[in-house]
Design a protein around this ligand. Structure first.
Ligand code: IPM
Ligand code: MG
Length: 359
């Protein structure tokens, strides 16, 4: 019997709890089919934590995550908290949990599922073969630099500072090179070195680290050009590594290439095996509680957790195969259905995937 893995579950707001429930069903099925065992502990996080505990990241939730082997997160946020002051915003909880758990690397795969090519707004021939990963630095840069307001000569000014240390760039670069090594051995480092000093440091550091990875082909792409090339030649990218804010923007763009943000999983990692896994999509308050959200991104996030944190590749393969089989059989939730009248609901999709998990 494998050692029981502790999973901290922070379902959050909006559709978070409904998609997480389906992912947990999938994990129970894995327990039935394999010797793997999981122990779940739930905590409040995001808007619901603001309502119930007065803070988006309560101390006991953070402690629970620190005790766990991995964290499964649903989604946070909603219009209810949008006008709150900074400390009482769900997004502040998200940034806080990343920082407190040392999750400096965010991995967002963007894969075009063949059977869903029609769901994209981009021409299928441009998308052909797209399978890339954005590796986003997650705990530095302008997100975490000093922020303040001041009186300037022409009235009030706002300041956001962007800071990167060599050590911060080194660790994310190494991780991206390692990932590139397991794939097609191509890495695109994205920066704005023609303008920004942090980007010049970024580029210098990535070049220095590249000496340890002679087998990986490195290209430097300016961020504006990268935004354009992602639409023009998406299939030519394999691994993209970039700083926090560029990664935020480019990973949304990459996700949209696939036409199915409801399908994409993500991992946030630190130095060890511990990781936080969440769907790329948000809390979708407009459809929350209707039972029509797509649970696949969260289910695939579990597969990613099995691969990257636990090394349970057999169970991850089984989940990914089950998802593919269910989609190949034509089942769709509303977000990916061409004929919306045939769309199925969240639990129906979860049940079909569980039923397709056959060893
Ligand atoms: C993301 C989100 C967050 C970010 C927001 C909600 C703070 O857009 O995870 O990409 O900007 O990092
Ligand atoms: Mg984002």
């Amino acid at each position: 019997m494998a050692e029981t893995k502790k999973i901290a579950v922070v379902a959050g707001d909006g559709i978070g709890p409904e998609v997480v429930a389906e992912a947990i069903k999938v994990m129970h099925k894995v327990e039935e089919l394999f010797e793997y065992r999981f122990e779940f502990e739930e905590g409040l996080f995001g808007g619901i934590a603001i309502d119930e505990k007065g803070t988006p990241l309560p101390q006991d939730t953070l402690e629970m995550c620190k005790r766990a082997d991995a964290v499964l997160l649903g989604a946070v946020g909603g219009p209810k908290w949008d006008n709150n002051p900074k400390e009482l915003r769900p997004e502040t909880g998200l940034l806080g949990i990343r920082k407190a758990l040392g999750l400096f690397s965010n991995i967002r795969p963007a894969v075009v599922f063949d059977c869903l090519k029609d769901a994209s707004t981009i021409k299928p021939e441009v998308l052909e073969g797209t399978d890339l990963i954005v590796v986003r630095e997650l705990t530095g840069g302008i997100y975490f630099g000093e922020k303040f307001r001041r009186e300037g000569e022409n009235g009030q000014e706002a300041v956001d500072t962007c800071v990167y240390s060599v050590a911060e760039v080194e660790r994310i670069a190494k991780q991206a090179f390692e990932i590139a090594r397991t794939r097609s051995k191509r890495l695109a480092s994205v920066d704005k070195a023609n303008v920004l000093e942090t980007s010049r440091l970024w580029r210098e550091t990535v070049i220095r680290i590249s000496a340890d990875y002679p087998d990986v082909e490195l290209e430097h792409v300016l961020v504006d050009n990268c935004a354009m090339q992602l639409l023009r030649r998406p299939a030519s990218f394999d691994v993209i590594v970039t700083e926090n804010m560029f990664g935020d923007i480019l990973s949304d763009e990459a996700a949209m290439l696939t036409g199915s943000i409801g399908m994409l999983s993500s991992a946030s990692l630190g130095e060890g095996a511990f990781g936080l896994y969440e769907p790329v999509h948000g809390s979708a308050p407009d459809i929350a509680g209707k039972g029509i959200s797509n649970p696949i991104a969260t289910i695939l996030s579990v597969a990613l957790m099995f691969r990257l944190t636990f090394g349970y590749h057999d169970a991850a393969d089984l989940i990914e195969r089950a998802v593919k089989n269910v989609l190949d059989a034509g089942h769709r939730t509303g977000d990916i259905a061409v004929d919306k009248s045939k769309a199925i609901g969240t639990t129906a999709m979860g049940d079909l995937i569980v039923a397709a998990m056959v060893k």
